[in-house]
Design a protein around this ligand. Sequence first.
Ligand SMILES: *Cc1c(COP(=O)(O)O)cnc(C)c1O
Length: 482
Amino acid sequence: MKKTQDQAEVLTGDSGQRALLEKTLEHALTFLASLDSRSVAATASRDELLKRLDLPLAEKGESPGKIIDELVAGADAGLNASTGGRFFAWVIGGNLPAALAADWLNTAWDQNGALHATSPALGVIEEICGRWLKQLLDIPDHASFALVTGCQMSHATCLAAARNKVLADHGWDVESAGMAGAPQLQVLGSRSCHGSVERAIRLLGIGRDNLVALDADADGRLSAEALEQGLANTAGAPAIVVLQAGEINTGIYDPFEALIEIAHRHNAWVHVDGAFGLWAAASERYRHLMRGCEKADSWSTDGHKWLNVPFDCGYAFVAHPEHHRRAMSHRASYLVHDEKARDPMDYNPEWSRRGRAVSTYAALRELGRSGVARIVDNCCMHAHTLVTGIGKLDGAELLREPVINQGLVRFPDPRPDATEEDHAHRTDRVIALINATGEAFFSGSTWQGKRCMRISVCSWQTSEIDVRRSIAATRSAIATAG
Ligand SMILES: *Cc1c(COP(=O)(O)O)cnc(C)c1O
């Protein structure tokens, strides 16, 4: 039966599909070309966005071309230019050209990455990515891996493998028996551990009360004494130690060599949160920070931060593949497993899933080892110039020079009797004023009781000009603050 004109328009035949994708390409190019000149911060309020986008759910469908045009018109002013060169808030990477292009293709292919059988090509691409990433990040060859949505789910995956192993060591099969009645399992980490670790522990039924926050030195590094004491306090009970490669505020690295030796002497599993910091392994200049890290039992990192692939993309690596697999695998009679091939769902928590290896594969080929190192080195250099440049401005204070690509400044209240609260208030006010200039975008944090502005440089796009513009925007925001 021939399609009616109406259906052809809605469902898009050949020419409709081409016109639609070409129109979409134009919109995408317009957005990318605007990154240098548009406001880095979204300019539309929530109410304005709702007014443009919140239509009543339609009874009848509409033409895709009209939807795309209206989507762009409605969303544009609500977009942060986080993929450009002057976005330094949180820890957010950009989008490499080959990674973006490959991700588009991936969407057109629309493969399900659950099994080798659901997409042989994806299965193979993912296998290759796992191997390349291990080589690049100095992770042992024999480690198993998973591509997940981000470091949060990577923690959940790695800590599920850890839970399986440390409880099995105590005669408990957690996959069958669950956590109720299991030997008490504790997770030890520095006080400055990222919140995603706590969330993973809750998801796994370990519970927040079993997360032991240990003392760190002034810089935030977990101390050997604190770890030794913390593990002695567990009196031989199952334990997982979480170490940091790149602490969220300062970018510091735990002293892996010494701490992993202590943890392993106590039969604890060592998991490393290296959401962005693990990428230091790719750089000659920063690799030394990772010394000893390869002896850990699992590692989490992100693709969507420092590798600059599109959201969402994280990686999990586990040095004990059999425990990784026991924690994740599922066999059902209708699934087709390949004898030789790797089935992704044996290692990641999702069932149906996006083929997110495609953009990783493209990014790693676009960059090569030297390109990844160049991104790391450039971001660290720009972070240093930006943090120290802002720190030197009248009305600013340098709190923490970057170890890698993260650093801290604040904007103290100049009044002689100003309190910590006044300093915090003024710091937040200056951040808001910088963001309102549209020239650069930063976010706040609290470090050692001080409100501060955290500066994170993760984008391949950030240039010297971006750094200069951002320092100038900060200078004028300080002046506006009075
Ligand atoms: C970003 C980040 C996370 C969480 O990663 P997601 O990719 O957002 O899930 C965990 N730890 C650190 C240190 C981070 O910077």
